[in-house]
Write a protein that binds this ligand. Sequence first.
Ligand code: SF4
Length: 455
Amino acid sequence: MADQQIREEIRAVLETFSHSPKAHVQSFGCQLNFCDGEKYKGILQDLGYELTDTPEEADVILFNACAVRAHAESRVIGRLGALKAIREKNPRLVVGLCGCMAEEQAVRDLLKKSYPFVNLVLGAGAMERLPESLMAVYRGQKRAEALAFAGLPDETLPTVRESTFQASVPVMYGCNNFCTYCIVPYVRGRERSRTPEAIEAEVRGLIANGCREILLLGQNVNSYGRGLETEMNFPALLRRLDAIPGDYIIRFMSSHPKDATPELIDTMLDSEHIEHHLHLPVQSGSDAVLKAMNRRYTAEKYLTMIDYARAKAPDFGFSSDLIVGFPTETDADFEETMRIIEYVKYDNLYTFIYSRRDGTPAAEMPQVSTEEQIAARMARLLARQKEICEKWNARFLGKTVRMLAEKRSPETGLLLGKTREGLVIEVPGGESDIGSLLDVRVTGVKNWALSGEKQ
Ligand code: SF4
């Protein structure tokens, strides 16, 4: 919570406004960033701002942005530029950039040089310093900057949840893995875990308030617990949360394959509430590329986890991230990636063309393929994955699955949700079904989803 004195000072400033003060927060990037965005909203609401979706009517605009992909960063910079006109009309407007993008020196230099109207910069781990930074701007400081990513966020920070039935709960922050293409360890710092007591208390509170889906988040949840005073690993945390009584499901992401263990799979399969789906980012099927990426597993080692899970639960769902066009990737390496997708039969694949990030080791590696070769590989991968999915999804035809009805499709009006195995499913249903766990008989299969009828 904001320091009482700062809070009172900000409230005194807000009382001088001729209108009710408003704040607009926009988050970009990964789930963890969206989760941070809910905390920025909570802090601003606690300070006395009303939240608004319209930047033009806001007195504080925060862009909570992600550093992972260069293209996404350029889009955020473009959107920031568009705020200049709003700031000119409202000189008291506070425009802030926060999140891991703000941790990059090159970004801060660019803001200083070309976007002087951005008067607040907050790093990914500095969210509790939002009140003091805001107050510094109200006192007349040209730009308030707070950077930090070493500790854990204050457990008492208020949160404005986007949904009443789905909630994200971070279990750990940062990453120690230093994959050669990734900027995260440089902008989010080293791994640190929340205590199991704090996580359990938050999850219990959410379930007591009717939450139906808890999404546990971390850059690598499988290294949860390292550095805690009491001995703890991620499967043990899952078992502790699964013991909370109630009608809910637990999902989690992301899992680094080098740290995924049979104990994790056994825990998932023995649980009452945990999904039977693992997002296990393989990134490439080639051992040479995996080595150049510093992923610290081989394709064969990766597949042992797939085999272990499927031997125990043949319908177990897997999804993955895949990078196409890593600098050292040749056509022969790409064939190994195709081999992996044929073998695993992923239910969902998140595919990315390699994005060069300055400051990472991969940025110094010469690119061995042309843009045309990379685009052709991507097209082939997507086309084949579509065919595989359509066939593989048919394993559910005629079976009864459990889904959380999340929303209504704007195109078809059908309810959309996910099965315990992580597959998208659509069913006819009413408004009152949204937010409920439903038993559904699968009657149809598409390449991207199942369809069914409520039981
Ligand atoms: S595990 Fe690798 S890809 Fe994932 S956040 Fe850490 S360094 Fe980045």
